[in-house]
Design a binder for this molecule. Structure first.
Ligand SMILES: [Zn+2]
Length: 131
């Protein structure tokens, strides 16, 4: 099977927002809303070899949480809407913001691991070590 290659990869956040495979650029990175597919459907790149961990979720929780609290306070003190507006607005807006930004952040980390050839550390073979 011929593996398509990209000589000019898309900018990082454009590629991650599209869910583009880091090897061929096809939009096959995700199998669900935020779950990675096991492999690229076009070129077969194994996505299971990459591990982005939970780093994006922790950062996004803090950043989006702070942003939503600031927006809720601004709305309350600026417009003073009825409380049902807050009850309807903020859970939906927070959920959409977290899911979309988590998708972009996870995709960006996987693409960076691929582009930088980042792998887990390995011990050198003892036969090749210098005394
Ligand atoms: Zn691919």
């Amino acid at each position: 099977m011929t593996v398509p290659s990209r000589s000019d990869p898309a900018p990082l956040f454009v590629a991650s927002a599209r869910g583009a495979c880091p090897q061929c650029g096809s939009p096959s990175l995700f199998d669900g809303v935020v779950r990675f597919a096991p492999a690229c459907r076009l070129c077969g790149l194994d996505y299971d070899q990459f591990n982005v961990g939970d780093g994006p979720a922790a950062f996004l929780t803090l950043i989006i949480g702070a942003l939503m609290v600031a927006l809720a306070l601004a709305l309350e003190f600026g417009v003073h809407p009825p409380v049902w507006v807050h009850i309807l607005l903020w859970p939906i807006l927070t959920t959409v913001a977290v899911v979309y930004s988590l998708r972009v952040a996870k995709g960006a980390l996987l693409i960076l691991e691929y582009r930088n050839r980042a792998r887990e550390g390995r011990l050198a073979d003892k036969g090749n070590m210098q005394p």
